[in-house]
Design a protein around this ligand. Structure first.
Ligand SMILES: Cc1cc2nc3c(=O)[nH]c(=O)nc-3n(C[C@H](O)[C@H](O)[C@H](O)COP(=O)(O)O)c2cc1C
Ligand code: SF4
Ligand code: SF4
Length: 262
């Protein structure tokens, strides 16, 4: 049987949870995109290749774009994408097909799955009962996707109206994301535990005394640091101070380190 490889990027575990479910069903190898970027290897001939990512402002995260620009997909036998997202916006079909084509393969399938929204500068994440409903529905959709992947089905889910509207903000939003760490503040609750630095997929944080961290301005905007901080010491302005943190219940600090190969 031809191998299946799933590359994933995650900030709070939603995309990893979906990647794990599809990998389990399809017997796929799972590789974190931060790790793959640092350790490039050729795609085996006729492999099924999946890219699982969180939707950012109606488009792909910067690190996923960089990954797609760095690989050759010419030898892949089947190429699929799965977005996880807080709303019901759809998938950025034209961006995906442009980047896939440039990497040497047309997109065979692209799906999206709704998961709890982790973008707390905008709104509080859904509470536990609503989260559970989303996880149950997501698991059902992931099972359908797994079957389609096993059969190498062609299936493209595009963008809805809300996604197209959001897509208008994508360019300016994504261009400024690397420097979005300038907006982070650290409260006096910081215990210097180092977890924010450990989970950061961009190695963007050096821990300093009394919350005086160094930020390298190579931020992916994933909010892993903010959501994983056990003291809830990281905020974006004052907006996030009263909002609960979110992370997928099955995803740990060591899983976050593993996505970058540590
Ligand atoms: C920078 C950023 C931008 C986001 N933009 C969108 C968006 O445009 N539409 C949406 O539905 N969700 C958006 N979200 C929410 C995430 O896509 C969603 O919660 C996703 O499942 C998170 O996956 P992860 O846990 O694997 O990082 C955004 C989240 C972040 C951090
Ligand atoms: S995770 Fe939170 S408490 Fe730990 S070093 Fe980072 S900011 Fe401080
Ligand atoms: S600094 Fe925080 S938001 Fe930026 S990439 Fe690292 S973990 Fe993600």
């Amino acid at each position: 049987m031809n191998p299946t490889i799933i590359y994933y990027f995650t900030g709070t575990g939603n995309s990893l949870a979906i990647a794990r479910k599809i990998a389990e069903d399809t017997n796929a190898e799972l590789i974190g995109i931060p790790h793959a970027l640092k350790n490039p290897h050729p795609i085996p001939k006729d492999a099924s290749v999946g890219i699982i990512y969180p939707l950012y402002a109606g488009g792909l995260p910067n690190i996923v774009v960089r990954f797609l620009k760095s690989v050759s997909l010419a030898d892949a036998g089947y190429l699929f994408f799965v977005a996880t997202e807080g709303g019901k916006m759809g998938a950025p079909t034209s961006q995906i097909s442009r980047l896939s084509k440039a990497a040497g393969h047309t997109t065979d399938a692209s799906w999206w799955i709704q998961m709890p929204d982790n973008y707390i500068p905008l709104s509080a994440p859904p509470q536990t009962p609503e989260q559970q409903k989303m996880y149950d529905a997501a698991k059902r959709k992931a099972a359908v996707i797994s079957e389609a992947v096993k059969n190498r089905e062609k299936h493209i889910e595009g963008m809805g109206f809300a996604g197209k509207l959001m897509g208008l903000a994508y360019g300016p939003f994504i261009r400024h994301l690397a420097e979005s760490d300038k907006k982070f503040t650290i409260s006096a609750n910081c215990s210097e535990c180092g977890i924010c630095s450990e989970v950061c997929p961009a190695d963007n944080i050096i821990i300093g005394k009394h919350g005086n961290h160094t930020w390298h301005h190579q931020c992916e905007g994933c909010l892993a640091c903010l959501h994983f901080c056990p003291e809830e010491a990281i905020n974006i302005g004052t907006k996030t101070e009263l909002r609960p943190r979110y992370r997928h219940p099955t995803v740990s600090v060591s899983d976050m380190k593993q996505q970058k190969g540590e």
